[in-house]
Every structure is written in C-alpha cells, then in structure tokens.
Design a protein around this ligand. Structure first.
Ligand code: IPD
Length: 265
C-alpha cells in the first residue's frame, strides 16, 4: 500500500467534497433528523458523501467504505483488507446554522480499524490537516506538534455532548463540570474531527467525548498520535475505536493521566 499516494488522493477528494459542501453553505437547506430529534442530516451531507464514495471506490474498488450517511459500498466488509471511514460534513449542526466550523474527515484503516492515513479538511478556512501512520502529521504541508502544556490549570480543552443527551444521564455534564473549574477553559466547538486536529496542532491541549462514531474520529486520532499526542478511552486503554462504549480521550500526552483521573472519578 502506497500510503503517500493514498493520502494525496484523500486530500484531493476531501477538498473537492468541501467545495460541494460550500455550495450549500448559508443557503436554505433540506434536512431530516436521524436517530434522535437533535441529530440532523442535510442534503449537503448526502451529496458530499455520494461524491466522496464514488471517487474513492473508482480508485480503490477492492476496499470497503463506511460512511456516516449510508456507506457499505465497495468490497464486502468480511473480506476487505482496507477500509475508508468518511464523514462528509463533521459538524452538521454548525453547517446547518451557518457557523463556519465544520470539516470533511476521511481515514484509510486496516481491517482492525487502525488508521493508516487520514485527512481532516477545514472547509471554510481551506486548511488541510493530514497524517500517515509512522510518518508524522502536517498542517497545510508543515509538520504538526501537540502542545507542551503540563498543568491542567493552564490547559484549554475541547469536548462535545452526545446526541442521546436529552434522555441519557451519561450526558457529559458531570465531566464538563469537573473540567471547567480545573482548567483555563473548556470549549464545545462542534466538529470532533476538527477538535482533534486542533489538539494535534497544539491549539487545544486535550479532548474527550463519549458516543462518538468512527467516521468522526479516526482521521483525527491519527493526527494526534502522529503529532506526539496520545489517544485512549477514558480508562487509558488503547484503540478506543474498538470498544463498545465509544469514549475517546485525546491529549498532548502530558495531561493524559490527570485527565483520566478526572474522567474516572
Ligand atoms: C458530530 C460532531 C460533534 C460531536 C458529535 C458528532 P456530525 O458529528 O463531531 O462535534 O459532538 O458527537 O456526532 O454529526 O456533525 O457529523
């Protein structure tokens, strides 16, 4: 597998998909709800995923594609060696409200969901965050590095709230309350993929979120790891993407143990 060539394809496809998203941005949109009344999908999400899926499978028909708005195309998941995880618009709520913080997220993984290459494209800023396993991560072609912050009180963290928060008591309010009084600040920006890219870029020092899907985070996870950071579940176990409870903790590494203590309290 030539991961360099794959990444170049993924970047070009993410940028072209982003252009499609922009053609719908801040215009009247058709939208529907998904699993819960606060989880929406717009016609733009569908159009962008259709484009990305076609472009990927044109080039890699023997791979399997998992997409937020459908997916399931390409080779059978039981036999495929490589998988693509696609979130056509990560941050749909922002997108639908005209807030310019959303991204296209594309990851190539092996059959164990370990990311080999990934891109997060910040559509409205035309910024490309990209990584290849074992070969580092870049921001618009320049190397990325996580922050050096080692004291929680000096950190800025980012999180998101699960779509089942209106009915589940496991709604992140306890964790939010704990971190907001022990850090410089906590943000809820609205695109998990971009949040992880910000951890990789050292703009925020850590991220946690429950109930997040693989297509939201696999590219971002690779960005963090390849920028010197760490990604686990809330208990510090590796490969959170293969755990059923979908809890993700990403940090610059220095804050990881402290964040685990608070998340486990
Ligand atoms: C959502 C965003 C948001 C996060 C949600 C995700 P979507 O993705 O990443 O930041 O808090 O959990 O589902 O639905 O906009 O693709």
């Amino acid at each position: 597998m030539d991961t360099h060539a794959v990444l170049q394809d993924a970047i070009a496809i993410a940028q072209a998909g982003g252009k499609i998203a922009l053609s719908y941005f801040r215009k009247p949109l058709k939208m529907e709800t998904k699993a819960s009344s606060i989880d929406i999908v717009t016609e733009a999400d569908k159009a962008v995923e259709l484009y990305i899926a076609e472009e990927i499978l044109k080039r890699y028909p023997e791979h399997h594609l998992v997409g937020e708005e459908g997916g399931g195309q390409g080779a059978a998941s039981e036999t495929a060696e490589y998988f693509w995880y696609v979130d056509p618009i990560d941050g749909t709520t922002n997108f639908a409200n005209g807030i310019p913080y959303f991204s296209v997220s594309i990851a190539l993984t092996d059959a164990n969901r370990c990311p080999l290459a990934g891109v997060v494209y910040d559509v409205t800023r035309d910024d490309v965050y990209a990584a290849i396993q074992g070969q580092g991560a870049t921001f618009n072609g320049k190397p990325l590095q996580v922050s050096q912050t080692s004291e929680l009180i000096n950190s800025v963290l980012v999180t998101g709230f699960p779509y089942d928060r209106t009915t589940s008591p496991d709604n992140n309010l306890k964790e939010w309350s704990a971190f907001i009084v022990q850090t410089r600040s906590v943000r809820c920006l609205g695109s998990a993929a971009l949040d992880l890219a910000y951890v990789a870029a050292g703009r925020v020092d850590g991220y946690w979120e429950r109930g997040i899907n693989s297509w939201d985070v696999l590219a971002g996870m690779l960005l963090v790891e390849e920028s010197g950071g760490k990604v686990t579940d809330y208990a510090g176990n590796d490969t959170p993407q293969n755990k059923p409870d979908k809890r993700y903790l990403a940090s610059n590494g220095h804050l990881h143990a402290t964040m685990i203590d608070i998340l486990q309290a």
